[in-house]
Design a protein around this ligand. Structure first.
Ligand SMILES: *Cc1c(COP(=O)(O)O)cnc(C)c1O
Length: 416
């Protein structure tokens, strides 16, 4: 066992020989300088939680070097922490990136990326189906920072070509959109900006996870995730991460992120690492169950339409076959014949599934946007957002498919 203690032990032989540490004689000092144990002869099997946020140096040069970017030595946890780094490195490896930056939330990661790479006068092309928080941020950037945004459906690469301007600096896409489950044809869309100078593509890969799709392999420059969802997987953390194909871009976003301060907490990072250990098992199970439930829902008389990329009738089924390795994700949505009233009755009638937002949990979660998150919108405004009055979103958990189906059937039976 290796211990660090100021005195009388000589843990640092060289400096100590020249500058012997003064003897510590008082309990008041000893209790402050509790020895720090560095295991020697064995190593921890799981990543330790480095809750302490300061790291000390033996030389001024070593400390000065630590200020030099996201891969430098640790010194203050807003700028880097070993537990957080372990999570970043794990996600960077999963996504095939050069490096990653963890954040306090998915929005923290998205904000750090947008605010560090865009300036007034820049133009962004974004999918109209982007996550609500991202949409609000883009609106803010337009109104207060003079960044212009052109929205495209993302269904046709020609829209991106038509929207491209000399000032375009970013193409912002989501692999699988909410709640429509629209799948973006990433290679085709990204190809439209490949020859344009200085246009970076950002892909929100939260719904797909790197198990289904690795956007960097399809030309994306940056991948963002809400780790709150599938990566964490247990609805016990809020977290985010951005992965970079290029380390210079990583550095630029890190510079801003350390100013923004939406830093990941070591304990949240530790829970996210624990979540990662089972993400492949969870995602496989969720995908299988979501496909099975989609098939059963398609045959139910109370349901007029099921949106799930794994179904042959899904508009981007072919894209999903190619891009998502034939899988469809853990989220499906369906339209109830009874409209708004039926949607509300259904979400209040389920017993196993929980009425709550979010997705990617081990438990199955349901939402009816028209009576909850989007209740202010009339049918027309809902349709513009790709949502029907009777649209129910289901984020499938890892329960047994038959138990979930029993719950869905009894809730559908209440619709009359
Ligand atoms: C939840 C979510 C976000 C935001 O993540 P937070 O962790 O809640 O900040 C971003 N994008 C998508 C697709 C999401 O589902």
């Amino acid at each position: 066992m290796d211990t660090e203690h100021p005195a009388p032990a000589a843990e640092h032989p060289a400096p100590a020989a020249e500058h012997p540490a003064p003897a510590v004689e008082h309990v008041e000092t000893r209790v402050v300088h509790t020895p720090v144990v560095h295991p020697a002869g064995s190593r921890p099997l799981s990543v330790p939680i480095y809750q302490g946020h300061l790291f000390a140096f033996d030389s001024a040069d070593d400390m000065a070097a630590a200020f030099d970017g996201p891969q430098g030595a640790f010194f203050y946890s807003r700028l880097g922490n070993p537990t957080v780094r372990a999570f970043e490195d794990a996600v960077a490896e999963l996504e095939g990136g050069a490096g990653a930056l963890a954040a306090a939330s998915g929005m923290g990661a998205i904000n750090a990326v947008l605010m560090s790479l865009l300036r007034s006068g820049d133009h962004v092309i974004a999918q109209s189906c982007v996550y609500g928080g991202t949409f609000a941020l883009l609106k803010d950037l337009t109104e207060r920072w003079g960044i212009e945004v052109t929205y495209v459906t993302g269904e046709d690469p020609a829209e991106v070509r038509a929207a491209l301007r000399p000032e375009t600096r970013m193409l912002y896409l989501e692999t699988i959109a909410n709640p429509t489950t629209q799948v973006a044809d990433l290679p085709a869309l990204i190809a439209e900006v490949r020859d344009a100078a200085d246009v970076r593509t950002v892909v929100d890969n939260t719904f797909a996870t790197p198990l289904l799709c690795r956007p960097i392999e399809h030309g994306a420059d940056i991948v963002v995730h809400s780790a709150t969802k599938f990566l964490g997987g247990h609805s016990d953390i809020v977290g985010g991460v951005a992965v970079f194909a290029d380390s210079a871009v990583h550095r630029r976003v890190w510079d801003h992120a350390t100013e923004l301060g939406a830093t990941a907490d070591p304990f949240a990072a530790w829970l996210a690492i624990r979540g990662l250990a089972t993400v492949a098992l969870r995602v496989t199970r969720q995908n299988e169950t979501a496909l099975e439930l989609s098939r059963r829902l398609s045959g139910h008389r109370a349901v007029t339409r099921v949106n799930y990329p794994g179904l042959p009738e899904h508009p981007q089924h072919d894209v999903a076959q190619r891009l998502l390795g034939g899988r469809g994700g853990g989220v499906l949505s369906f339209e109830l014949a009874g409209g708004r009233e039926a949607g509300r009755t259904f979400i209040e009638a389920v017993r196993l599934a929980s009425l709550t937002p979010s997705l990617g949990d081990v438990k199955t979660l349901v939402m009816h946007p028209a009576s909850t998150s989007h209740r202010q919108l009339d049918a027309e405004a809902l349709a513009a957002a790709g949502i029907g009055e009777g649209t129910v979103r289901m984020a499938v958990g890892i329960e047994h498919a038959d138990d979930l189906w029993s719950d869905i059937e009894q809730a559908l039976a209440k619709l009359g």
